[in-house]
Design a protein. Structure first.
Lengths: 434, 88
């Protein structure tokens, strides 16, 4: 049996649902395929969702209607060692300045809503439907084969099937991921009565807090941790590079447990009850490991393309998934109008360049090497910073320690060489664009 | 809290057959067996004889094992089967 559409989008995550919505809104017949029981059933993020300008453009009124948990007014960046935590707290009450500047979200609710927007625009959503490979005729992708052998034909396919993207791989646009540039995220959603949560995190109404942690949370593996407040729960998790997890024989759930038991974290979770566990991969290769974005008849969007940015203080992926999905959708509509499905797909890349997305990735191309793979940054620097704080408050020292000598002494006591510190400052600063 | 308690919070729609296939001859020759540690659901374990034991029923479909081991035939379960993250 075979059916035909104008376009087929594989994966009803943020990238796929955004693409399908744009295509359907333009009047074309689009199939949105999702292997999960419902959109979101296979998906795990932190998560904090940013780029509200994009959200309002794609979904006008998003800030009122979308099922977000809380809007983020308290952002914290923590440097953590086994016993210590230095955190930088940033409070920004942007209530009067709508739309809000970032939300905590849960994928189960958000993904269903995003897919519903595509359906409302006229997309045909097929859940519990696994796409197994692309159909290729004379170098042109012309459809998708489903697990039961059924063929769906379309002049355009959008692979929005996430980090593992078996589809982009089957189309020859992407190589298998590497352990050095892929991280594993594990998380828990911990239920906490809303009143306790709001008091504990000093939140008024639907305000929310986000925390990113650099340091020992991932043990000897390179990585970090996060914590977000939802309406009546906390999302807490760690992210760790696969290669260093493997190298040190670390178990991801053990790392999560020790993070939860950290003296500065445990009190935040007190009386909480674990509601759900989850795990998912994160492609962290950045610019150098982006997939090929197009080939005749196919475009790749979201995690499948590698559009994830990890900076230590931010983990961005959902917003890039939505944006690249939207642009792939726009390109698809134009291609359908012109009935040209090969060269015209170059426009997808042009659009990604024009909106600055590709520039973000190319200008931060050094991040995976200098940040994600930097042992000093992951472990030694948080220790150094916390030791400086320790000495700063050590009032028994007489005379009271002065700043510069104290910094110098702490550096000497650590096993960090001044030269490598300066070099890191330049490298990390350079790739973060400081 | 151990990993079994963690995965017990999840809903699974079990299929009859495993979506991941091991090459047990390769496992026998595999010195380090990284799958034992990397899997976030601890789906890989050792028998008393030291052989690899794999169960697919509680798999979170993350793909980590497929990256660190080149002897696996790794795929997703059939549509609608496998893990269900509710996240609500
Ligand atoms: C622990 C963790 C924390 C994160 N935190 C954040 C955060 O705070 N903020 C942020 O912006 N990003 C965060 N991210 C990244 C973010 O989750 C991803 O970038 C985002 O989900 C990408 O969206 P996507 O639509 O490209 O892919 P996905 O969300 O993975 O969606 C892909 C969809 O395709 C479906 N699918 C796959 N293969 C097939 C197939 N063959 N047939 C049919 N359907 C298929 C899947 O079931 C899924 O629904 C985090 C990720 C992790 C793992
Ligand atoms: S890593 Fe692969 S080959 Fe080695 S024991 Fe595990 S499954 Fe078998
Ligand atoms: S896919 Fe993930 S959860 Fe499933 S067996 Fe492999 S490592 Fe474990």
């Amino acid at each position: 049996m075979s059916r035909s559409f104008d376009a087929i989008v594989v994966g009803a995550g943020p990238a796929g649902s955004a693409a399908a919505k744009i295509i359907a809104r333009g009047g074309a017949e689009v199939a949105l395929l999702e292997r999960g029981l419902f959109p979101g059933a296979k998906n795990v993020s932190g998560a904090a969702l940013y780029d509200t300008a994009l959200l309002e453009k794609l979904y006008p009124g998003f800030y009122r209607e979308a099922p977000v948990e809380r809007y983020l007014t308290r952002k914290n960046l923590g440097f953590i060692t086994e016993q210590q935590l230095l955190s930088i707290a940033y409070h920004d009450d942007n209530k009067s300045n709508l739309p809000y500047k970032g939300y905590s979200i849960q994928r189960g609710r958000l993904d269903r809503w995003l897919a519903q927007q595509a359906v409302n625009a006229g997309a045909h959503l097929f859940t519990q439907t696994l796409a197994t490979e692309v159909i290729k005729q004379n170098n042109q992708i012309t459809g998708i084969v489903l697990e039961n052998g059924e063929r769906l034909n379309a002049p355009l396919v959008i692979a929005a099937d996430g980090a593992n993207s078996l589809l982009a791989r089957s189309a020859g646009l992407k190589k298998a991921p590497h352990a050095e540039t892929t991280s594993l995220g594990v998380k828990e959603i911990i239920a906490l009565p809303q009143k306790i949560l709001e008091e504990r995190f000093q939140l008024k109404g639907n305000e929310g807090a986000s925390y990113e942690f650099v340091g020992m949370v991932s043990g000897l593996a390179n990585g970090g941790g996060f914590l977000y407040t939802n309406r009546d729960s906390i999302s807490i998790g760690i992210v760790a590079q696969l290669s260093t997890l493997q190298q040190h024989g670390l178990r991801p759930y053990d790392l999560l447990e020790s993070f939860k038991e950290h003296p500065a974290i445990a009190p935040l979770l007190r009386e909480g009850k674990t509601r759900e566990y989850g795990a998912h991969l994160i492609p962290e290769g950045g610019f150098k490991e982006l997939s090929r974005l197009t080939a005749p008849g196919i475009m790749v969007a979201g995690d499948a393309a590698g559009f994830v940015m990890v900076t230590g203080y931010l983990l961005l992926g959902i917003n890039y998934a939505l944006e690249s999905g939207m642009l792939a959708g726009e390109t698809a509509l134009e291609a359908l109008q012109n009935r040209e499905y090969s060269h015209s797909l170059q426009n997808y890349k042009n659009k990604l360049t024009q909106c600055g997305l590709l520039k973000t990735f190319s200008s931060m191309r050094g991040l995976p090497k200098n940040l994600v793979n930097n042992v000093n940054l992951q472990n030694r620097y948080p220790q150094l910073i916390c030791d400086i704080m320790h000495n700063l408050y050590n009032v028994e020292t007489k005379p009271l320690p002065k700043m510069l000598p104290l910094l110098w002494r702490s550096l000497q006591h650590s096993d960090i060489k001044l030269g490598s510190l300066l070099l890191d400052l330049i490298k990390i600063g350079g790739s973060l664009g400081i | 809290m151990n990993v079994q308690i963690k995965t017990a919070t999840l809903l699974f729609r079990e299929d009859q057959n495993s979506h991941i296939k091991l090459d047990y001859a390769a496992c026998e020759a595999c010195q380090t067996k990284p799958c034992l540690n990397i899997c976030p659901a601890q789906m890989f374990s050792l028998t008393a004889q030291g052989d690899i034991l794999f169960s697919y029923e509680g798999c979170l479909e993350c793909g980590a094992c497929s990256i660190i081991c080149s002897y696996l035939t790794w795929y997703y379960p059939r549509g609608g089967y496998g893990v269900v993250f509710r996240e609500v």
